[in-house]
Design a protein around this ligand. Sequence first.
Ligand SMILES: Cc1cc2nc3c(=O)[nH]c(=O)nc-3n(C[C@H](O)[C@H](O)[C@H](O)COP(=O)(O)O)c2cc1C
Length: 201
Amino acid sequence: MKLILGISGASGAPYAQRAMSFLAGPGRAAGIETDVVFTKTARVVWQHEIGTNPADLGLRIWPAGDMTAPFASGSSQYDAMLVIPCSAGAMARIAHGISADLLGRAADVMLKERRPLVLVLRETPFSLIHLRNMEAVTMAGGIVMPAAPSFYSRPKTIEALLDTVVARAFDRVGIANELVRRWTGLTEPNEPSRKNEDGDD
Ligand SMILES: Cc1cc2nc3c(=O)[nH]c(=O)nc-3n(C[C@H](O)[C@H](O)[C@H](O)COP(=O)(O)O)c2cc1C
């Protein structure tokens, strides 16, 4: 699998760091080839929120303005693109086909080639403009999933909480992972949380 990992300037660089670590380790071992592109602001946010050099994670990182990258062309046949985190601004540019930087161009290519594009949007609250851009991306075939962590796997660390988002994003582009404990239902029908739901003991 050939994957493009886009990282934009929304809060949530740790999501991108978790995704990069997985893709450089178990992902690579499973045959996933990853190309990374940061927007200019994504680097600023990463420095503020994490402070390390993302290149140390060992994935190939392309400059934001390098339109000669292979995945700037549909002929390069990448399988999927994940943008995590996705800023409202990046989503707006993608929704309107504005290929002003490599991330925008790569996303535009994925939509025109009808290949999976997943945007892990991080903004709150949403304006009508955001909602309309979500609709436009969805109508064009993309998937917009807000960075909304879940708690039913009872995450004990920030990393485990981040993984509740990263795992679902990986699921959507077809990357097999065991980052979270999957929901299999409550263990027993007579668990305390189910008792009395029919009004009897
Ligand atoms: C520390 C920091 C946190 C930010 N968090 C968000 C955010 O959560 N969501 C968002 O849409 N924009 C956020 N922004 C604003 C974006 O960085 C800004 O709109 C920028 O133009 C996005 O550029 P990009 O889409 O090219 O990465 C944040 C900016 C900074 C400096």
